[in-house]
Design a binder for this molecule. Structure first.
Ligand code: ZN
Length: 247
């Protein structure tokens, strides 16, 4: 099965459009969607509508912003900027759109044998996997050989081989990895709509489970258009500013 892997779209329609344009000529068997469809960005309706353009079937999990927008959590642990965007998003969306977000499943979700998706970690959908020690806990929480996660907005990978965990950030405009027998993996495609690793370009991955091949990509998009949309909506200016720095 060949998958398109997207995470943390965050209501950035321009970024999602650029990713879909770049993969338009490729054939996929399914899409893996790792949560946070909305929040921060100012195009939640458009992003939700564009999900219908993703290669089907689409396997999804919910993110913490999805939960807050849908009213499943009160967002009390969100900072003021994130909270403001959550409230704005919830007011913008119709009942059908909110229901669609509310129905996103909690991770982890098993996609196929040895392939699991989650937002934060297979141990807890809301935790951040940033260090090798945190990755070790995530490996212990599942038997799956390959796990895709999001939430940190950092394109990254961790590998578990002979009881030791290695890993780090994935740099550059693109790259690929042939999976090795006897090694387990945690992959984060990075964020489509709000990258935080200093590269403002939209991030995504593709994964061929039969061939054991992972590829990662960055794609430029018209950031200023997404910024204008955020400012016109009256959302906090920092949400527009940070798109340009990728931080
Ligand atoms: Zn997020």
């Amino acid at each position: 099965m060949k998958y398109l892997v997207l995470s943390d779209l965050h209501a950035n329609a321009e970024a999602l459009d650029a990713v879909l344009e770049q993969v338009a000529d490729e054939r996929f068997d399914a899409t893996l969607l790792l949560g946070d469809l909305v929040g921060y960005g100012a195009a939640p309706s458009r992003v939700l509508a564009e999900l219908d353009r993703l290669p089907a079937p689409v396997w999804s999990v919910r993110g913490n912003h999805d939960k807050a927008v849908a009213g499943l959590t009160d967002g009390a642990d969100f900072n003021v900027v994130a909270r403001t965007a959550v409230d704005w998003t919830a007011r913008r969306l119709g009942a059908d759109q909110l229901a669609r977000i509310r129905e996103l499943p909690a991770g982890p979700v098993t996609v196929e044998e040895d392939l699991v998706i989650c937002h934060g970690s297979p141990a807890d959908e809301d935790v951040y996997l940033l260090t090798t020690s945190e990755a070790g806990g995530a490996f212990a929480a599942t038997d799956a050989r390959v796990v895709f996660f999001g939430h940190t907005h950092l394109a990254s990978l961790f590998a578990l081989e002979d009881g030791r965990v290695f890993g780090g950030l994935l740099r550059g405009p693109e790259g690929e990895l042939e999976l090795l027998d006897g090694v387990r993996y945690l992959f984060n495609p990075g964020s489509v709509g709000q990258p935080r690793d200093g590269d403002p370009q939209a991030a995504y991955m593709t994964y061929d489970s039969a061939r054991g091949r992972l590829r990662w990509f960055r794609v430029a998009y018209p950031i200023e258009r997404a910024q204008e949309r955020i400012r016109a909506a009256g959302l906090p200016g920092v949400l527009a500013d940070r798109l340009a720095s990728g931080m």
